[in-house]
Design a protein around this ligand. Structure first.
Ligand SMILES: O=c1[nH]c(=O)c2[nH]c(=O)[nH]c2[nH]1
Length: 296
């Protein structure tokens, strides 16, 4: 019976990096969670424990911190590209790298107008993300966001679905629609103003969520992805993962009260999970770009 080593990668997961730009008394901070993973000629370490090509995960972690000191971190996409290209061009036997970065949002504590110089509060749960894959001399950038919580208090319906002996859900022409958006979008190239593109894709998807009169969260998903692609020629495809954060009408009849779509119970689980890819027909797929990102 033949047994061989299949695809593999290894690296340091979740390196927590915080940088303070102290070049003026008005500090700015960056707060990142960086994971690196390397691929290549790694049969020997798996088969015999020969570590000749095994750049330690500890070294990968140290590289993140050293790079953050040697040059300003800048946009997460640029930092991930720098790290990934460094590993592939300098580590013996390493031909591919994956660098995942989540960025936490901080804002200045509002003190006298413009905000405090060196005191911050975490803005919200939302994270900006990137997943950079270096494959030989090719680079893929998949950027995105996680945990962007949105809600429409009307403009959402759900009816016309099949009914069987287990169906209890009442049809509705007016419900709350709420989700925590996880979105990832793949860029066609790396010549991109990352911050500007991020803000614009995010704003476009939010606008589509707000202005789509939704007959299903699936329809909103498609509208959000389509709007992002239409407005951003630099983007090849958008993947969305949308938990349906159910809001159930509370029965107030026992108290002699009518509930006219005003009082809801916000359930946290279970939740519907609506996921999909919206893509351009004329762009080839790039499975390498998505390898090992957790979402659909
Ligand atoms: O927008 C929705 N899509 C569904 O597939 C679904 N299923 C369900 O129970 N409620 C909803 N809502």
């Amino acid at each position: 019976m033949g047994i061989s080593m299949g695809p593999n990668q290894y690296g340091k997961a979740e390196v927590r990096l915080v940088t303070v730009d102290r070049s003026t008394p008005r500090h700015s901070i960056k707060d990142l969670n960086v994971s690196s993973a390397l691929r290549g000629d790694l049969d020997a370490v798996h088969l015999t424990g020969d570590n000749g090509n095994c750049l330690p995960t500890d070294t990968q972690k140290n590289t993140v911190y050293a790079f953050a000191k040697e040059q300003p971190v800048g946009e997460i996409e640029d930092f991930a590209l720098r790290l990934g290209r460094h590993f592939v061009s300098t580590a013996e036997g390493i031909t591919g790298a994956r660098v995942l970065i989540d960025e936490y949002a901080w804002q200045r504590i509002p003190v006298e107008g413009t905000g405090h110089d060196h005191s911050f509060s975490r803005a919200h749960d939302e994270k900006r993300t990137t997943a950079v894959t270096i494959d030989g001399d090719q680079a893929h950038v998949v950027s995105g966001l996680k945990d962007l919580v949105v809600l429409k208090s009307t403009g959402s319906e759900f009816w016309g679905y099949p009914k069987d002996e287990y169906t209890t859900l009442p049809e509705t022409t007016d419900r709350i629609l709420s989700t925590a958006v996880t979105a990832r979008w793949r860029y066609l190239h790396t010549d991109v103003d990352w911050a500007k593109s991020f803000e614009s894709v995010r704003a476009t998807m939010l606008e589509a969520f707000a202005t789509t009169h939704s007959l299903a969260l699936q329809q909103s998903l498609h509208a959000m992805g389509k709007a992002a692609l239409e407005a951003h020629p630099e983007v090849a495809e958008v993947r969305l993962s949308l938990p349906n954060k159910h809001h159930f009408l509370v029965d107030l009849k026992p108290f002699g009260l009518e509930n006219d779509n005003e009082v809801f119970f916000a359930a946290d689980r279970p939740y519907g999970l609506i996921e999909g890819v919206v893509r351009r027909d004329d762009v080839p797929e790039a499975p390498m770009a998505w390898y090992s990102t957790a979402e659909f």
